[in-house]
Design a protein around this ligand. Structure first.
Ligand code: NAD
Ligand code: UGA
Length: 441
């Protein structure tokens, strides 16, 4: 099938590429001309495992192309996916201006002679946005165009986007027209995954409810981690114990510095706002946000307690990305942590395998040294903080790290380092929701 993807960011680029990989012809449209140019040259603007190879092979197979021309894509494609940003407004509501702009542009490009078109919302949007997209299209398009709007929320995770797209747990299609539903099922037929067919509004709500539930799950274990710290229990064992119950599952029960990224913080806010607008407030999500914010504060208090004052202390931070396997630093807790340390006068040196450039851009004005090597990062440091769950931090040579540092203090904000290894290397080891460990005298 011929598919257009409007917006070539994390979602649009990876989704478009995977559609091409299963045999569809895909045109990716973006209004950022520099991005389109670099994609045409084979330069991929984001880091996502396995993505680059898939893009290059599908471009050379002639199934994937990039353009700034909406008109070209709308003329050629039966199905037009929208994957543009839906950021939060100051008041927590969702900024739908990108959605509106794209809907209007699609309308301008549609012609009755093209025949039936399906417009698919892949961006994460408040319930009933699809109806508004449809209204905008019919308001501005030529008389005689025939369009249905569908919701097809995306559940990929950054860092494993290609695998998530090629092997999804489920595909949700929300359509109020059988014709549109049938076309969408043909798009997804090669993926061999369960398809849930629902109405438009339910599909939109599934996405906000799913992200909010996952954020809630993380905040739940983080709240439990605070209790564990006071009670002398071990949150990892508690997570294991409750996660072995299939009804709960161990997934998304990793205590840490809290969730970040471009989606959970924004989507929890968005869902709170929508539920309030509808007169059915999801108060529980306010508590989810409060717990998430307090997780970093509690951790910082413990670092402060250890070092007494942070001013002029040399602090090494491993991790800048909001999670492992990505260069994305949007709403990264590691970045928030570094800003707080700098504000208090600490001298911060940081390392991340992929996010140095993106982090440098958001840390402008902060005195942080971002270095290219995780061992250079710790030289002379008085404390090492692990802020992102990259695997390479879990298998670091801790004896070497200890030798390079000025003081043997390790704070593991993601519980990924083996505590016993840390104390054998001579560290005192502090983690989240567990007792601190000290080397034997
Ligand atoms: P992004 O910022 O990475 O990419 C958006 C792209 O849209 C950019 O390249 C931008 O230039 C382009 N764009 C903006 N206006 C445009 C226009 N008028 N015409 C053409 N292109 C335009 O955003 P993203 O992370 O891919 O997120 C997109 C949507 O998908 C959001 O609603 C987000 O909540 C949702 N989502 C994101 C993820 C994720 O992991 N990032 C996962 C699931 C859903
Ligand atoms: C999340 C969802 O997992 C995806 O299903 C969804 O499509 C996406 O948001 C979206 O809508 O954009 P993503 O933000 O890419 O994906 O990454 P996650 O793996 O969910 O991690 C989000 C944050 O939660 C990270 O900061 C991570 O460190 C943190 N996290 C995750 C925890 O603190 N504990 C956990 O157990 C899991």
């Amino acid at each position: 099938m011929n598919l257009a993807i409007i917006g070539t960011g994390y979602v649009g680029l990876t989704t478009g590429t995977c559609f091409a990989e299963v045999g569809h012809n895909v045109i990716c449209v973006d209004n950022n001309a520099a991005k389109v140019e670099s994609l045409r040259r084979g330069q991929i603007p984001i880091y996502e495992p396995d993505l680059e190879d898939l893009i290059l092979s599908n471009v050379s197979a002639g199934r994937l192309s990039f353009t700034t021309s909406m008109a070209e894509a709308v003329a050629a494609c039966d199905i037009i996916f929208i994957a543009v940003p839906t950021p939060p407004n100051e008041d927590g509501s969702v900024d739908l201006s990108y959605m509106e702009a794209v809907s209007h542009e699609i309308a301008d490009c549609l012609r009755p002679e093209y025949g039936y078109r399906v417009v698919v919302d892949k961006s994460t949007v408040p319930v009933s946005t699809g109806t508004k997209v449809s209204q905008v299209i019919y308001r501005y398009a030529y008389e005689g165009v025939e369009v249905d709007v569908v919701s097809n929320p995306e559940f990929l995770r950054e860092g494993s986007a290609v695998a998530d797209l090629l092997h999804p747990d489920r595909i949700v299609i929300g359509a109020d027209s059988q014709r549109a539903m049938d076309m969408m099922k043909r798009v997804y037929q090669p993926f061999n995954a369960p398809i849930l067919e629902v109405d438009l509004h339910s599909a939109e709500l599934i996405k906000h409810a799913a992200n909010s539930f996952l954020a809630l799950k993380i905040s739940y274990i983080n709240a439990v981690s605070a209790v564990c710290e006071k009670a002398g229990a071990d949150v990892e064992l508690v997570a294991q114990g409750i996660g072995m119950d299939k009804r709960i599952s161990r997934n998304f029960l990793n205590a840490g510095l809290g969730y970040g990224g471009s989606c959970f913080p924004k989507d929890v806010k968005g869902f709170i706002n929508i539920s309030e607008q509808l007169g059915t407030p999801m108060e529980i999500l306010r508590e989810v946000e409060r717990i998430n914010a307090s997780q970093l504060e509690r951790f910082l208090n413990r670092v402060r307690e250890k070092l007494w004052v942070l001013r002029n202390k040399k602090v090494a931070v491993w991790g800048l990305a909001f999670k492992q396997n990505t260069d994305d630093v949007r709403e990264s807790v590691a970045i928030k942590l570094i800003r707080r340390l700098c504000d208090e006068g600490a001298h911060v040196t940081a390392y991340d395998p992929k996010a140095s450039e993106t982090a440098a851009a958001v840390l402008k004005g902060y005195k942080v040294d971002i270095v290219d090597d995780m061992y250079d990062c710790v030289a002379d440091a008085e404390v090492l903080i692990v802020a992102t769950e990259w695997k390479q931090f879990a298998v670091a040579d801790l004896v070497r790290v200890r030798e390079l540092m000025k003081l043997p203090i390790l704070f593991d904000g993601r519980n990924i380092i083996h505590g016993e290894n840390a104390i054998h290397a001579g560290f005192e080891y502090h983690s989240v929701g567990r007792r601190s460990l000290y080397p034997q005298a």
